[in-house]
Design a protein. Structure first.
Length: 139
């Protein structure tokens, strides 16, 4: 009986040790799905977007958000995973060159530097917001 328990414990440990250490595969799948979406829709990169006081954003994953500026949606890609999007203890002040414009490569959102900005239609924004969610998971 002890040999069976020992063998089962060894199998569990071997399974844990063989897991990929690059992170959560579902997060990688979502990021790859967004990159595929950008390629498939041939989204054009924009150097900046006009901002206003009622702007908001919806997080897709740690690297991408859908940012709504002056009622126009944009896809924002960060230069690194932006954990500050979901961790309110790590908020860093934003850097902006101009109060009414957000620029890629220079400005930040929640302290994370923006790498790229893509213009979206309302339909594309709705599709991106649903990437990675199971059908019927929203109320």
């Amino acid at each position: 009986m002890n040999k069976i328990i020992y063998l089962l414990g060894f199998i569990v440990l071997a399974g844990c040790a063989s897991q990929d250490e690059q992170g959560d595969p579902s997060t990688q799948d979502i990021a790859q799905a967004v990159k595929d979406f950008i390629e498939l829709r041939e989204l054009e990169e924009q150097p900046s977007m006009r901002s206003g006081t009622n702007d908001g954003w919806t997080q897709i994953d740690d690297t991408f958000i859908v940012y709504t500026a002056r009622k126009k949606p944009f896809l924002v890609e960060f230069a690194r995973p932006c954990w500050e999007l979901r961790d309110n203890t790590r908020i860093t002040p934003d850097r902006r060159w101009d109060a009414n414009t957000i620029r890629s490569r220079f400005d930040t959102i929640r302290g994370c530097r923006i790498h790229r900005i893509y213009g979206l239609t309302e339909a594309e924004a709705a599709e991106l917001k649903n990437i990675g969610e199971a059908p019927g998971s929203r109320n």
